[in-house]
Design a protein around this ligand. Structure first.
Ligand SMILES: NC(=O)c1ccc[n+]([C@@H]2O[C@H](COP(=O)([O-])OP(=O)(O)OC[C@H]3O[C@@H](n4cnc5c(N)ncnc54)[C@H](OP(=O)(O)O)[C@@H]3O)[C@@H](O)[C@H]2O)c1
Length: 257
């Protein structure tokens, strides 16, 4: 069965071995579609690939570090040679919690390498090929933590702010080339990343529900897919108000351990 018109026939997803990326892979796993999935944990990635094949998709899975620029370019160009990529989702990401080191200097640098360089290493090879075809779509997974520098997660919120601004700018820059760009800003989602948090996570949702919202938003070519709206509104407001007002409030926000 062919994929419907305006529906991506070839979808590339980084960070597909867990959480939101895994849920997105399963949401896009339909007959007639090619999924190119990447993660680092070969066992978990293969389990996701097998599940997606069970839903009828053709799957190529690669264990690859998004921070490795040359390896990412070789992988993405190889996939694109075989199946021109319609949608590339730069989803792989880490926080202080997933690194298990808090935001030490080492983990701060890892966070930027994965969350920022990893997005560039995904977006650039994809957009270079898409420009040649004058069509394609890129999704960048940011966070509602992008709207205000959060003292509990400095490098995480800064890395997400960087890719949010980059994606917003890319959308305008690449429109003339027929490439659509969306920035995704989720609130708390159940995943390995949030499983380590010992503090309350308001309005946390399942990864399947988050993936459904993202798939729908991308199909509508939304510039910003931010959810759930009360958390989005709260973080947006925190970012808009003067720091002199919000710094005291943010003192009570817990840190990642
Ligand atoms: N969960 C939330 O509440 C939330 C909220 C807002 C935004 N986000 C963002 O959503 C994205 C997915 O996070 P998640 O919640 O689904 O977390 P997760 O369950 O920990 O999944 C993270 C994914 O990224 C991959 N990854 C991490 N470092 C990598 C590297 N160096 N190279 C390649 N792949 C790497 C992981 O692969 P391996 O496990 O195989 O290493 C895994 O597939 C992240 O960008 C995160 O910042 C999450």
């Amino acid at each position: 069965m062919a994929t419907p018109p305006n529906s991506p026939a070839a979808v590339l997803i980084t960070g597909a071995s867990s959480g939101i990326g895994e849920a997105l892979a399963k949401a896009y796993a339909t007959p007639g579609r090619l999924l190119a999935l990447a993660g680092r944990d070969r066992g978990r990635l293969d389990a996701v690939a097998t599940a997606c094949r069970g839903f009828g998709a053709a799957v190529e899975a690669a264990a690859i570090d998004v921070a490795d620029r040359d390896a990412m370019r070789a992988w993405i160009e190889g996939v694109d040679d075989r199946h021109p990529i319609d949608l590339a989702i730069a989803n792989a990401g880490i926080s202080a919690g997933t690194g298990g080191q808090g935001e030490s200097e080492e983990q701060c640098r890892n966070i930027f390498a994965v969350n920022l360089d990893g997005v560039l290493n995904t977006a650039w090879p994809a957009l270079t090929r898409m420009r040649g075809r004058r069509r394609g779509q890129i999704a960048i997974i940011s966070s509602i933590a992008a709207f205000r520098g959060l003292p509990g997660t400095p490098a995480y919120s800064a890395s997400k702010a960087a890719v949010k601004a980059y994606g917003e700018a890319l959308r305008g820059w690449l429109a003339k080339d027929g490439i659509r760009v969306s920035v995704v800003c989720p609130g708390f989602v159940r995943s390995r990343m949030t499983a380590v948090n010992k503090f309350p996570m308001p309005m946390i949702m399942d990864a399947d529900k988050a993936a459904g919202i993202i798939v729908k938003g991308l199909a509508r070519d939304k510039a910003r897919i931010a959810f759930p709206w009360p958390m989005y509104a709260l973080l947006w407001l925190l970012g808009a108000l003067p720091p002199a007002w919000t710094d005291p409030l943010l003192k009570v926000v817990p840190e990642k351990e």
